[in-house]
Design a protein around this ligand. Structure first.
Ligand code: AP5
Length: 228
């Protein structure tokens, strides 16, 4: 399966990507995670993009597209299927992605548009906590770790993303509405758009997505790995 996840900050793209990655046995590519890793390691790229990410602005198209194009040309594991989370984010990135996929002969199956209401989004972003070591996602009310501030998976410390403060969330929402929502029509016109109500809990949204795939004749149902 080859998927793009669309949706506002906090719609739950990263959460669903982690679930779908295992269930569908595909590779999860998150441009936001790539940038945060570069910033953590204080690389040249990390230094160049920090001011954009910290302020809630978009990293320039040519920088992001080059990273994604490199990933597609070098990572052979993408042949088994992939899930793009956070890319494309502008009309230009969507056009560039089509070019990359054409060159790699990897046509997109669907763009999943996850829609959640503003109060839900704000609640999710302000409560989000992330493991510094392994990146596992938590929430201070709806997905708490067993030990306060400690990751259940690897024991690493949890932190709050610097861009998850109210002022930057507002900026990210404005940027999303202006730059990213036009892509919804772009995929609609390609008949690849699937809309999903993302206000439910994470398991509910995941089950809804699986139901959609199960109805799809071109999807190999034996590839779904069910977990309890
Ligand atoms: P990025 O990391 O992509 O951030 P984002 O799009 O703002 O999305 P988020 O990660 O905030 O939200 P999400 O939808 O993944 O929600 P999550 O699942 O974590 O990008 C960060 C920055 O990098 C950008 O601002 C930009 O500067 C730059 N960038 C990245 N890509 C770029 C590009 N292509 N072009 C230019 N610049 C780019 O969930 C949030 C919380 O809610 C979690 O705590 C989770 O546990 C909880 N939660 C999730 N789903 C549910 C649910 N269904 N029920 C209850 N709680 C839930």
């Amino acid at each position: 399966m080859k998927l793009v996840l669309l949706g506002a900050p906090g719609a739950g793209k990263g959460t669903q990507a982690e679930l779908l990655k295992d269930t569908l046995n595909v590779v999860h590519i998150s441009t936001g995670d790539i940038f945060r890793e570069e910033m953590k390691n204080n690389t040249k790229l990390g230094q160049d993009i920090k001011s954009y990410v910290d302020s809630g602005n978009l990293v320039p198209d040519e920088v992001v597209t080059k990273i994604v194009a490199n990933k597609f040309s070098k990572d052979k594991s993408l042949k088994k299927g992939w899930l793009l989370d956070g890319f494309p984010r502008t009309q230009q990135q969507a056009i560039d992605l089509d070019e990359i996929l054409k060159k790699e002969n990897q046509p997109l199956d669907y763009a999943l548009y996850m829609e959640a209401t503003l109060p839900v989004i704000i609640g999710r972003l302000t409560g989000r906590r992330i493991c510094k070591k392994c990146g596992a996602l938590y929430h201070d009310t709806n997905r708490r770790p067993q030990k306060n501030g400690i990751c259940d998976v690897c024991g690493g410390p949890l932190y709050q993303r610097p861009d998850d403060n109210e002022e930057t969330i507002k900026k990210r929402m404005d940027v999303y509405l202006e730059s990213t929502t036009p892509i919804i029509d772009y995929y609609k016109s390609q008949k690849k758009l699937i809309w999903i109500n993302a206000n439910e809990d994470a398991k509910g949204v995941h089950e809804k997505l699986l139901k959609i795939f199960l109805k799809d004749k071109k999807f190999d149902q034996n590839k779904i790995v069910r977990r309890n």
